[in-house]
Design a protein around this ligand. Structure first.
Ligand code: SAM
Ligand code: DTB
Ligand code: SF4
Length: 332
């Protein structure tokens, strides 16, 4: 159970760069000890929130995000697909509910939705809510009035990532600015939708850049309710394919620092789990990660098989929403 020392007045929005760099530089055990203490003060450390993703519109995106298999600028194995029908989304959401997820996140490979796109996706929010799942969408940039429309339709969360530091951003994306992203996040916040915002680690950025990303998030007037920390999934055909892999301990450190800076947030151990061993994932859960994507695929890339996750959670004594618990005698 959460311990009683968590105080709202302890939540800070004025973190300084040197403080964050000092956290990163702590001996690994000292950093994890501190992060885990924060985690325990604010959350049940044995509970993980579980979301399932669905790509409702895949590929042929006009943006040039250097990590993304869905960008139309790169020759990847992704086959572009039209927007899914309401029925297809309903069926997948019902299956996600049955498999134990608590939130359903619908992603579209758009720079931004047009108002016509919005007409088409609004009905999906209600359909997913009716299954009893929380709703999340990630559709690209939003205007103030589009965010308001999504709120009115009942959307619970909007995911829009900053991806990296303002300084490193230009190495990764040229087709929209950091400020564009901040503007969308402000529109989402103003509309009263919960904010899901994080980034990607392992794109060749420096620790200074990881610090810059976390500072952006932690110095927002309100911290995002959900902070996805993605490990780059290297996709053949994208410019970032083949770059040096990041030391997994640096990834764990990033989770730990995010937990310390944003105690109340759900820090999500997001993309990249398929290439991560179970020991690294366990360290991330100890460091304060309390949310994952669950299901065979992320948007287009592979994610660990549900049964594998069920077994992992059982071995760690982690309660993950309503996931089935493997029975004695099942392979571990
Ligand atoms: N098009 C919308 C947008 O960019 O906001 C929504 C979908 S986009 C695929 C959602 C997020 O997925 C990106 O912001 C990025 O952080 C993450 N992502 C995409 N490709 C990734 C990869 N190869 N590895 C890790 N994260 C990735
Ligand atoms: C987030 O931060 N990670 C998710 C979700 N938000 C939309 C997406 C990860 C995408 C990984 C690559 C793919 O599946 O195409
Ligand atoms: Fe398009 Fe989003 Fe991929 Fe960028 S991350 S190329 S905006 S789908």
């Amino acid at each position: 159970m959460p311990e009683p020392q968590a105080q709202l007045s302890d939540i800070r929005h004025d973190w300084q760069r040197d403080e964050v760099l000092s956290l990163y530089a702590l001996p690994f055990n000292d950093l994890l000890y501190r992060a885990h203490g924060t985690y325990r003060a604010w959350h049940d450390p044995n509970k993980v929130q579980v979301s399932t993703l669905l790509s409702i519109k895949t590929g042929a995106c006009s943006e040039d995000c250097a990590y993304c298999p869905q960008s139309g600028h790169y020759d990847t194995d992704i086959e572009p697909e039209r927007l899914l029908s309401l029925e297809e989304v309903e069926q997948t959401a019902a299956a996600a509910k049955a498999s134990g997820a608590s939130r359903f996140c619908m992603g579209a490979a758009w720079r931004n939705p047009t108002d016509k796109h919005l007409d088409q996706v609004i009905g999906m929010i209600d359909a997913v809510r009716k299954t009893g799942l929380e709703t999340c969408m990630t559709l690209g940039m939003l205007t103030r009035s589009q965010a308001q429309r999504l709120k009115t339709a009942g959307l619970d969360y909007y995911n829009h990532n900053l991806d990296t530091s303002p300084e490193f951003y230009g190495h990764i994306i040229s087709t929209r600015t950091y400020q564009d992203r901040l503007d969308t996040l402000e529109h989402v916040r103003e509309a009263g939708i919960h904010v899901c915002c994080g980034g990607i680690i392992g794109m060749g950025e420096s620790r200074e850049d990881r610090t810059g990303l976390l500072l952006q998030l932690a110095c927002m007037p309100e911290h995002p309710e959900s902070v996805p920390i993605n490990m780059l999934v290297q996709i053949k055909g994208t410019p970032l394919y083949g770059i040096d892999a990041l030391d997994p301990f640096e990834f764990v450190r990033t989770i730990a620092v995010a937990r310390i800076l944003m105690p109340r947030a759900y820090v999500r151990l997001s993309a990249g789990r398929e290439a991560m061993n179970e020991q690294t994932q366990a360290l991330c859960f100890f460091a304060g990660a309390n949310s994952v994507f669950y299901g065979d695929t992320l948007l287009t890339a592979k994610n660990p098989a549900p049964h594998k996750d069920q077994v992992l959670f059982a071995r760690l004594g982690i309660e993950a929403d309503r996931l089935p618990v493997p029975q004695a005698g099942e392979p571990v």
